[in-house]
Ligand binder design. Structure first.
Ligand SMILES: CC(C)(COP(=O)(O)OP(=O)(O)OC[C@H]1O[C@@H](n2cnc3c(N)ncnc32)[C@H](O)[C@@H]1OP(=O)(O)O)[C@@H](O)C(=O)NCCC(=O)NCCS
Length: 148
């Protein structure tokens, strides 16, 4: 497996991967908006076909992971871990000292991934996720320090 920076030519692939993981997923334009803004960055995993993506933004010493998505066909084989590791290396190089993200309290897979890649719970946003849920779902705020 390789993890490489995504380019403009990958936008449709990034959207396809995102839509395999989220309903509704983001389209290429939404991904381009987030990824091409200041500090925006996306990585794509290939094994050898595209199988995962991560998108984040680094600004003034802090990074925020916007999304990570792995093709359901290859989950729990280390693709997510490889994407997080590569993103953290790149974010650190871009000056990030800490990284934040939000994740649903019900997202067992993502909580396991982040917990095993050095993130800790630092807060809770009650009723944060409303789309597609009868009852709003809480979000855990997680943080990882990159200089320790
Ligand atoms: C979350 C997600 C990116 C994880 O990707 P992945 O490639 O399956 O993760 P990895 O194989 O690298 O697993 C990393 C760790 O998490 C654990 N894990 C991953 N999914 C798990 C699950 N569903 N249940 C329990 N543990 C899980 C793995 O066992 C591994 O644990 P270890 O470090 O102890 O070995 C993937 O499930 C996904 O795309 N989910 C849908 C999109 C999503 O929810 N994104 C996150 C939004 S915040």
């Amino acid at each position: 497996m390789i993890v490489r920076p995504a380019t403009e030519a990958d936008l449709e692939t990034l959207a396809r991967l995102h839509n395999l993981a989220f309903t509704p997923g983001w389209d290429a334009e939404e991904i381009a908006d987030l990824g091409s803004g200041p500090g925006g960055f996306a990585l794509i995993a290939e094994d050898p076909e595209p199988c995962g993506m991560i998108l984040w933004r680094t600004t003034v010493g802090e990074a925020e992971i916007y999304t990570i998505a792995v093709d359901p066909a290859v989950r729990q084989r280390g693709v997510g871990r490889a994407l997080v590791a590569a993103a953290m290396t790149r974010a650190r190089r871009d000056g990030a000292e800490k990284v934040f993200l939000e994740v649903s309290v019900e997202n067992i897979g993502a909580l396991a991934l982040y917990g095993s890649t050095g993130f800790s719970r630092v807060g809770l946003r009650r009723g944060y996720y409303t789309t597609g849920h009868e009852t709003p779902i809480d979000a855990v705020i997680m943080r990882r320090d990159l200089n320790t």
